[in-house]
Design a protein around this ligand. Structure first.
Ligand code: HEM
Ligand SMILES: *[C@@H]1O[C@H](CO)[C@@H](O)[C@H](O)[C@H]1NC(C)=O
Ligand SMILES: *[C@@H]1O[C@H](CO)[C@@H](O)[C@H](O)[C@H]1NC(C)=O
Length: 426
């Protein structure tokens, strides 16, 4: 227990600046993570308040669709029933918890109901780590966590910096009035980083990155839409999905093939892709885990960075504080393994007093169940910090006037439309 507290205190320190950003994006993920506890069976334990299924087959799934998303459904559910409440996901009885105290009690749980992410199965595949529980799940996580450990992280800073420098160079060529599509840039950044650092692949040019991203967006919005408006098998929508998916599949297969043909030399570190290839035996499982990690790394961090720049652009006084902090702590040095912890920028939400007045597990953007926590959390903090520092020390970020920015609660909160910004050189 003590150890847990110490390590989370350390994490807190390393990520102050980012917590602010991540808070914005992960509100949803945080709630989804809360629905971890599933009690299979047909009769519900009478002590847990909650809903009876609307229909025997779908449970409350139609109600989730009506609420707009699982996030909005859960907000209503907990408002109605308090911090522990039940509902039916199809024929599975699900208990959702919604308080730091309850998170703490469930820290040792590993298994997660596969039904929760069923919606994404057409993309990440049935054999994905996302659905693996019990011995198999723990075994795969034990292996996959190694290339993402605290120690392994050191090797990625160069990759992070190179990709951030490319982006900085690109932005330097833009004129002051030019409107910049923020989320496109940020997801391209996150995608390039993941594929380079974890899969050993650098795209030759941005065309391929954009192609990946465009088709990925088609697949993802189709799967989210499928919850509220299910597509008929064989329909035009289904065809569009399948075409987009085959583009992604093809790119991923080539990346894996390339790595198989160019494995690490004896003195080189194993990348995540190498570990996946040697850990699991089935070809489909290899592919599904690769695509799961690519998605896990692209979607989340891309959106976290998007929201981060958005909030900094709409709060210029906070952006100034960040800039001063970077100058003071780093001067002109790049972020690296050693100095990342010196960035202690505290937006007021994360000031020491405010942190102290909150329960320890009030903010769990990467999940709260120790062994099942997001395997990429250190990686995400580090790459995002490098991106923020590299761009914010060179540019002041402003909003293009007159935009209405609406958050959409999918699996990860994203803006309804593109967010447009302009930049000024510092
Ligand atoms: C801001 C960035 C990120 C956020 C907020 C985030 C959040 C989360 C959350 C909440 C979970 C579920 C944890 C649970 O069920 O208790 C998760 C799982 C996962 N994340 Fe992340 N994540 C981020 C970045 C990344 C990155 C960079 C990678 C890849 C390196 C990644 C890969 C994964 C994978 C593979 C899983 C599933 C693990 C399993 O099934 O055991 N994530 N993430
Ligand atoms: C879930 O099912 C119950 C029982 O049929 C129903 O009363 C309830 O309205 C449903 N959904 C929600 C969000 O309340
Ligand atoms: C959408 O839902 C239908 C019916 O549940 C399913 O057959 C189809 O595969 C889903 N499509 C996608 C893209 O998720």
């Amino acid at each position: 227990m003590l150890q847990q507290t110490t390590s989370s205190a350390k994490r807190l320190k390393a990520g102050k600046m980012l917590e602010y950003a991540i808070f914005a994006v992960t509100f949803v993920v945080f709630l989804i993570a809360a629905v971890i506890y599933l009690y299979p069976g047909s009769s519900k334990p009478s002590s847990i308040p909650g809903l009876d299924p609307t229909t025997e087959e779908d449970g409350n799934v139609s109600d989730i669709a009506r609420a707009g998303s699982l996030h909005e459904f859960l907000l209503d559910l907990h408002k109605q029933f308090g911090s522990i409440a039940s509902f039916w996901m199809g024929q599975k009885f699900v208990v959702s918890i919604h308080s730091p105290e309850l998170f703490k009690q469930h820290q040792n749980v590993f298994d997660r109901p596969p039904e929760l992410f069923k919606l994404f199965e057409p993309f990440i595949g049935t054999a994905s780590i996302q659905y693996a529980n019990g011995k198999d799940g723990r075994n795969r996580r034990n292996h996959y966590d190694k290339p993402l450990s605290h120690e392994s992280l050191k090797q990625y800073y160069n990759d992070f910096q190179e990709v951030a420098n490319e982006l900085e160079k690109k932005w330097s060529t833009l004129v002051k009035e030019e409107h910049i599509p923020l989320s496109q840039y940020m997801s391209a950044f996150a995608l390039k980083i993941v594929l380079r650092a974890l899969f050993g692949q650098s795209f030759k040019d941005d065309k391929e990155v954009l192609e990946f991203r465009r088709n990925y967006d088609i697949c993802w919005s189709e799967m989210e839409r499928n919850l509220t408006e299910p597509a008929e098998p064989g329909s035009q929508r289904q065809k569009v999905f399948e075409e987009a998916y085959s583009v992604i599949k093809n790119i991923m297969e080539n990346i894996i093939k390339h790595r198989k043909e160019n494995p690490p030399k004896e003195n080189e570190d194993k990348l995540l892709v190498d570990v996946i290839l040697e850990t699991v035996t089935s070809e489909s499982q290899k592919f599904d885990d690769c695509i799961t990690f690519a998605v896990g790394g692209l979607h989340t961090t891309g959106n976290a960075l998007t929201w981060c720049f958005y909030f900094l652009a709409t709060h210029p006084e906070v952006q100034d504080k960040v800039y001063k902090e970077i100058k003071k702590e780093l001067g002109n040095n790049d972020v690296d393994f050693k100095n990342i912890n010196d960035l202690r920028f505290d937006p007021d939400r994360f000031s020491p007093e405010n942190v102290k007045s909150r329960p320890a597990m009030a903010f769990q953007p990467f999940g709260f169940a120790g062994k099942r926590i997001c395997p990429g959390y250190r990686f995400a903090y580090a790459e995002a910090t490098v991106c923020l520092v590299t761009l914010l020390r060179k540019f002041k970020v402003n909003m293009v006037e007159g935009q209405v920015v609406n958050p959409v609660h999918g699996l990860v909160t994203h803006p309804e439309d593109e967010i447009w910004i302009t930049i000024e050189k510092r």
